[in-house]
Design a protein around this ligand. Sequence first.
Ligand code: SF4
Length: 288
Amino acid sequence: MMSNISISTVDLYLTGSCNYKCEYCYGESDTSPHMTYDTLMNCLNFAEYICADTIELCGGEPLISPLFETAVLEARKKGFKVIVRTNGILLEQYMDLVAHNCEWVGVSLDGLAEINAKMRPSRQRLTIEEQFDIPIKNIKKLKQINPNIKIILATIATAENYDEILNLMDFVFNSNLPVDKWKIYQFIEDKFRSVVYSKKYALSSEKFLYLKTHMPETLPSGGKIIMQSADADGAGGNCLLVSHNGTIKILDEYYGKIGQDDYQSICSNLKTGSVIKYIQQNKKVTYV
Ligand code: SF4
């Protein structure tokens, strides 16, 4: 039996681990371990049940998960499109897998080398330049291997970097970086973000508007630059995120646990939740 809810994309939180230690990370105190194989397969079965067509792999840094390759291949085997959200550093080791099996790859950069490294400090021994150059090199390589793969650049606009994003824009345009979309998120102080550093990074609406008025609407590729302000519909609860242990909790609402609760009861809970339409809206804006 199939469900009667319609959600196109299921986001799988493969791991809480990350090779970066961004202060503003929404998972700053996250110590959740890697998703297990059984949970992964249960999640893919659930995604089939709700007739989703896309699996988005995220974390933490999903490429750190020992199950990353399995997750991509099992999702493809079941006919899902696959999206990966990554900081781009570890892509080299999965280059062919990602290039040939993923529809979209989201890579995060918060500015040119110096401000990017300040915002997104690495746990690895990388220079400031390497932290910027490696994701750029990997984006180009993905496009070389598969010109049809789509790249979305993701940037968090905060009080620390908002005016430096204009320098990143110059770089993107002048270097003809092959990105298909660029999504820039306004960082706001809320309970789902970093508790410790929220105030430091919170960006006022005035400053976000300043940035918006200085950004073009389209990239050299013709793709859109999306400025996601905090008051946009669905900005807070914008995906059906399944945690490493199968729990579905969106914002503060608990919807069930895959592998423990039956699919029908999870779907009934989701159906009565307030976030469904926002989930759909957000995915459309981001990837279509
Ligand atoms: S790269 Fe992403 S998941 Fe990793 S610490 Fe930074 S914000 Fe968090």
